[in-house]
Ligand binder design. Structure first.
Ligand code: 21W
Length: 248
């Protein structure tokens, strides 16, 4: 996969893109990332990238010209235009499904703003407008890093074990069950007996039940879109009975 990032703050990306799993993917040649400062493409003699809003109003807008020219340059180099993603608080919300969609692409370009907004004409070059969530950031850079991290770990051969990305909570649709490591008794806090029993069938059932319990307690919204197996339906009924839950 090739990833281009257009940003006025390229240094922000050095840590996240060179360390850890994303850095390993670059070393392995699975991923090629380039950060372009679109200030380098300005034709303005003072290298301005922003200007006042027509019609008035507070704040500066990123101008179309530097971003158009930077996009022309990265798209010429990459052969395939791919997806062009505008980081924008008004975009659709990023989630695991979007990460899976992006992981199928050959080429991604992220445009990161850092001002009050974009000249509307920039959107004519954009295929997707994506937000990280309902909170205000100072710019798109952290959003791009989050999206790149979530996407790159889904690429084949990035994680050592190719089943690990598939088992993640949000991929399975349930939260994860509680996990324990040694010792079996830590300051009186004990590991549940079932996990020490060696009975793999009982353990699997316990884990499914606890994953359901945790999801019901913390993220009931996830259960609404989840297709329960007959065993899961049975376990969920047990949980609700234990809770003395009258409904269902
Ligand atoms: C913050 C841009 C506030 C614009 C119209 C009139 C990218 C982000 C960002 C930023 C405003 C994302 C306005 C979640 C985010 C981002 C910087 C408000 C004022 N619009 N995901 N006046 N949250 N944020 N614009 O902030 O660039 S993805």
């Amino acid at each position: 996969m090739r990833i281009d990032i257009l940003s006025l703050f390229p240094e922000m990306f050095t840590g996240p893109l060179t360390e850890s799993i994303v850095g390993k993917a670059v070393e392995k040649g699975i991923l090629d990332i380039e950060v372009t400062n679109f200030r380098d493409y300005t034709t303005d003699r003072q290298n301005h990238v922003d200007d006042y809003s027509y019609g008035g109003g507070a704040g500066m807008l990123l101008q179309a010209q530097p971003i158009f020219d930077a996009l022309d340059a990265v798209q010429q180099k990459a052969l395939t235009p791919g997806k062009v993603i505008l980081l924008d608080p008004a975009g659709r919300r990023f989630d695991q499904h979007v990460a899976e969609e992006l992981a199928h692409e050959q080429h991604l370009t992220f445009i990161c703003g850092h001002y009050e907004g974009y000249d509307e004409r920039i959107r004519t070059r954009v295929t997707d407008e994506i937000s990280l969530g309902d909170y205000v950031l100072t710019g798109g850079e952290l959003g791009a890093m989050v999206m790149i991290d979530a996407t790159v770990r889904l690429l084949p051969d990035v994680l050592g074990n190719d089943s690990s990305a598939m088992d993640d909570s949000f991929s399975t649709g349930l939260l994860e069950y509680p996990q324990y490591t040694r010792p079996a008794d830590f300051r009186g806090l004990k590991v549940p007996d079932v996990l020490l029993s060696g009975d793999h069938q009982r353990i699997a059932r316990w884990r499914t039940k606890e994953a359901l319990r945790r999801t019901l307690e913390r993220r009931p919204d996830l259960l609404e879109n989840y297709a329960l197996s007959s065993e899961e339906r049975h376990l969920l009924r047990e949980i609700k009975e234990e809770m003395n839950c009258q409904d269902e």
